[in-house]
Design a binder for this molecule. Structure first.
Ligand SMILES: Nc1ncnc2c1ncn2[C@@H]1O[C@H](COP(=O)(O)OP(=O)(O)OP(=O)(O)O)[C@@H](O)[C@H]1O
Length: 277
């Protein structure tokens, strides 16, 4: 289990994040939600071990071990992070971007093994056709898939013989994706959790994607926890109102075994009476 306990961050006297507990469990998908500026990315960065400046509080552990005590090469094999945006300063081909996922194990792998691993993960993400393209020339959605391939290679998810749990941290993974790719991406992350036992933590903005795929939810507002727990318990009208300041209607989804949420911004009363909350 990856666990953040009472984590916080204070910058220039302002609490960006305060007293947050967050758990990522192998085999489960945890989704963090909240308005812009709520502190979601900051939490993800803290859980990734990427916040090292003063002002940080609390503790993060990975399977009972304090994160700061885990050597960086080992940590790279245990958790991978898909950042919200990535700027590559030089035009690396896609295959080389994916190969960066081997970095922590570079000298344990032959060039042939690295090449074969890159081919395997390009195939898993269905992007083999992009392998010789220059990364900066790809669309935002294509770049996201390349970077996910790199993360999955870093975690070596196709290898079933791992003794350690592995965690995938995704910051707004669906932001640049079209509708089909959003569902495919989240579906893949969920399958990786179910079938390979990965612990997945994802920041999402779409309530219905979260309702469908999240096992657990953490709602943040102004750097503080509004609610946390299993999706079936915390995905309520009151908590959505408190987090996003919008009214909503929650109904059984007509196609899937999950709720369907229709958000109703305040001040827009033109709702059919039958649907009025
Ligand atoms: N280095 C920094 N210096 C000052 N303020 C910062 C810094 N990094 C983040 N913040 C502030 O912390 C708050 C939380 O930022 P964060 O990126 O975690 O929000 P978020 O919930 O991920 O938002 P979004 O949905 O817009 O991505 C914001 O108000 C942001 O301006």
């Amino acid at each position: 289990m990856m666990r953040a306990e009472k984590v916080g961050l204070k910058l220039n006297g302002r609490n960006i994040l305060r007293d947050i507990d967050c758990t990522v469990t192998p085999g489960r998908v945890t989704v963090v939600m909240g308005k812009n500026g709520a502190g979601k990315s900051t939490l993800l960065q803290i859980m990734a071990g990427q916040v090292t400046q003063g002002g940080a509080a609390g503790a993060v552990s990975v399977d009972g071990k304090a994160m700061q005590d885990i050597p960086s090469a080992e940590l790279a094999g245990r958790r991978a992070v898909l950042a919200q945006s990535v700027q590559l300063g030089f035009p690396l081909p896609v295959a080389e971007v994916v190969e960066l996922g081997c970095y922590a194990r570079y000298h344990q792998m032959t060039a042939r093994q690295r090449k074969s691993a890159v081919a395997q993960y390009l195939e898993l993400l269905d992007i083999t056709r992009l392998k010789n393209r220059s990364f900066p020339t790809l669309s935002g959605g294509e770049q996201k898939r390349v970077l996910l391939a790199k993360c999955l290679l870093q975690l070596d998810v196709e290898n079933p013989d791992h003794k350690n749990n592995r965690y995938l941290l995704l910051d707004e993974p669906t932001a640049a994706l079209d509708l089909e790719q959003q569902y495919r991406f989240v579906d893949l992350a969920t399958r990786l959790a179910r079938e390979r036992g990965l612990g997945v933590l994802a920041v999402l903005h779409d309530l219905n994607l979260a309702a469908r795929f999240a096992d657990d939810l953490l709602f943040l507002r102004n750097g503080e926890t509004v609610a946390a727990g299993p999706t079936t318990k915390v995905l309520t009208k009151t908590i959505i109102q408190e987090t996003f300041n919008v009214d909503c209607l929650i109904q059984p989804h007509p196609c899937f075994n999950c709720p369907l949420i229709t958000t109703l911004p305040y001040g827009k009363p033109n709702i059919a009476p039958a649907l009025a909350p």
